[in-house]
Design a protein around this ligand. Structure first.
Ligand code: SF4
Length: 441
């Protein structure tokens, strides 16, 4: 009998990408096969995000197609996982009666239970039970791996729904994390990314006798043979302590890139966002990074048009972007997320004002990133080859330790670490050519 086929659509963050790789690994181990098209699948799955209302509406459009496919073949199974499913857990089956199974971020393993049970009546699983680290994984790239080190968030940023969908912070046992790193290294993975909503507050909730700090965890991962590159996402500026910054200068595999979400350059706006740091504290962290790792790439997240944001507030965001000179930035126009404090705030700005400010911010970010990118021109950078270039298949694409994308001429294969001479830089990518006597593992 032909294997049943599944199709997974993933929305949102790296944590969801990681969870989807687990879902696929688990389904493969159950004898399912992956379908390239949703219309070919017996099992249609969505791993959802709920960070912004716009994410919801985009997902609902996809769900509409699943409904049509199920009406054409009622034997099809439709499943919804992730943060959106968690955020509508009490109404998902009432609003979408064609959905057969729904599960929260910490419940992927329950999907297997549902699929192997003989009753196919609608089931929902929403209490966080365990990390997915024990589930098989189907990695998008054999040489790169995600490792979840914590779940949930203890912060209360006024615009964010994550604490209510992923719960309070829970750190994964350090030995379990290390065992998974060793397994991946033995499996040929040379770049690992540690994942958590707030990775740098790792360990605080662990039992005293098991407790280690984030910088200690970084040092233990760095010591694993075969791991050439170590990354992590997403940190919070309030926990970017000196020991973590020093680790970037001292640990062999820890990459020279720190993502430090700013959100706003105005202390007044940061206060209403409940970000727990102000502009001065944030700039202190930047100074600390520049002191210990002068060449470190810095990227960030910025929200434009938060309720009540004045022209003066926004001018402060532009000042910080100018002063820091980020290597890259994810910029978002504020959109109220139902169920958050910010959605009820006074002072909502007209969309035109938000759009106009976004244009000014993007101009500063791109100009500064282009200026910062020039520091790589003329240097030979170690690049992890990821595949063909997206804008020219005759060239290759890879990433430096600074997390800069490089499009280059060369002959290397995906998964190789090569030396590339950098000849040009834009705000987003570098360009160059592989040095022929390049290192190859
Ligand atoms: S730190 Fe803030 S923005 Fe990040 S997940 Fe936690 S509550 Fe959300």
């Amino acid at each position: 009998m032909a294997a049943k086929r599944y199709h997974v659509t993933t929305f949102g963050c790296q944590m969801n990408e990681h969870d989807s790789e687990r879902m696929k690994g688990m389904l493969d181990s159950l004898g399912y096969a992956e379908a390239s098209e949703r219309s070919e699948a017996d099992l249609i799955l969505f791993n959802t995000c709920s960070i912004r209302e716009s994410a919801d509406s985009r997902f609902i459009a996809h769900l509409g197609e699943a409904k049509r496919l199920k009406s054409e073949d009622p034997a099809r199974v439709v499943g919804v996982g992730g943060c959106w499913a968690q955020s509508v857990k009490d109404e998902v089956f009432r609003r979408f009666p064609f959905v057969d199974v729904a599960f929260g971020p910490g419940q992927i393993h329950r999907l297997a239970e549902f699929l192997t049970s003989d009753s196919l009546s609608a089931q929902g699983y929403f209490e966080f039970e365990d990390f997915a680290g024990h589930l098989p994984m189907k990695r998008a790239r054999e040489f790169q791996g995600w490792i979840q080190i914590s779940q949930g968030c203890n912060c209360a940023c006024s615009y964010c729904i994550v604490p209510s969908t992923r719960g309070r912070e829970q750190s994964r046992d350090p030995d379990e994390v290390l065992a998974e790193v060793e397994r991946l290294a033995a499996d040929g993975v040379l770049e690992v990314t540690l994942l958590g909503q707030n990775v740098n507050s790792y360990g605080r909730d662990l039992a005293l006798e098991r407790r280690i700090s984030f910088s200690e965890l970084l040092a233990r991962v760095d010591a694993v043979e075969g791991i050439e590159r170590l990354r992590y996402t997403s940190p919070h500026p309030k926990d970017m302590k000196e020991d973590v910054v020093r680790a970037h200068a001292e640990l062999r595999s820890l990459c020279q890139h720190i993502h430090l979400p700013l959100q706003s350059g105005s202390s007044a706006v940061l206060k209403r966002m409940r970000r727990t740091y102000d502009r001065r504290r944030y700039m202190d962290r930047v100074a600390l990074i520049r002191e210990h790792v002068p060449d470190c790439a810095l990227t960030t997240d910025i929200i434009v048009g938060f309720p009540g944001e004045t022209e003066e507030d926004f001018a402060e965001t532009l000042e910080v972007a100018e002063e820091v000179g980020y290597d890259g930035a994810f910029t978002f126009v504020f959109s109220p997320r139902r169920g958050t404090e910010a959605a009820e705030m006074e002072g909502m700005l007209p969309h035109a004002v938000k759009r106009e400010r976004m244009q000014r911010l993007v101009e500063v970010v791109q100009r500064r990133a282009t200026e910062r990118g020039q520091r790589f021109v003329g240097r030979t950078m170690e690049v992890l080859v990821e595949g063909p270039s997206r804008n020219d298949p005759a060239r290759l694409r890879g990433r430096t330790r600074h997390n800069k994308t490089v499009n280059f001429d060369g002959t290397a294969a995906p998964g190789e670490l090569v030396d590339v001479e950098i000849t040009g830089a834009t705000s987003t990518t570098l360009s160059g050519a592989e040095r022929l006597l390049s290192r190859a593992l």
